[in-house]
Ligand binder design. Structure first.
Ligand code: UDP
Ligand code: MG
Length: 152
């Protein structure tokens, strides 16, 4: 099973979208292993967005992600990294298909409500950045039989 890191960015909280977004992952059959509210520091933003610190939009991005709280969560499931990115949609929400989270809840490249890890390697690094092992729970769904066949 894959694990991936999701951040529900400050715009998701400010706009009251947490329940609608989290329910998309629950409906898909993904398991929430850990979830917490935090406020990003500037240092954490620079680590998390290291690939973007030299971009002209970085100062606005850092202000946006550090000035209000957000939610971090780890979810687990079959092909979770790739499937979550499909559910999230492309970075530019104006081009995101209807039915994706960004397509349904944003029309912006910057205020695009959610972050999701872009590869398995990134996911493991990002999970460690936000969660201690003890903060993550391993448990079985009692209805697993109805989510997929045993050989899937
Ligand atoms: N971002 C932005 N302007 C841009 C590109 C990205 O403000 O032109 C922000 C946006 O919030 C995006 C984040 O930087 O989600 C990370 O960018 P990345 O290219 O990693 O996109 P993502 O993985 O979030 O789709
Ligand atoms: Mg990214």
């Amino acid at each position: 099973m894959d694990r991936t890191l999701i951040l529900l960015k400050p715009d998701a909280i400010q706009r009251g979208l947490l329940g609608s977004i989290i329910s998309k992952f629950e409906n898909k059959g993904f398991k929430i292993m850990g979830l917490k509210m935090l406020q990003m520091s500037k240092d954490l933003s620079k680590q998390h967005y290291a690939h973007l610190v030299d971009k002209p939009f970085y100062p606005d991005l850092e202000k946006f992600v550090t000035e209000h709280p957000m939610i971090a969560m780890v979810i687990e499931g079959k092909d979770a990294v790739d499937v979550v990115r499909l559910i999230v949609g492309p970075t530019n929400a104006s081009k995101a298909p209807a039915g994706t989270i960004r397509g349904d809840f944003s029309n912006s490249t910057s205020r695009n409500v959610i972050h999701a890890s872009d590869s398995k390697e990134t996911a493991e690094k990002e999970i460690k950045r936000f969660f201690k092992d003890n903060d993550l729970f391993k448990y079985e769904f009692r209805n697993g039989y109805y989510l997929r066949a045993s050989d899937e």
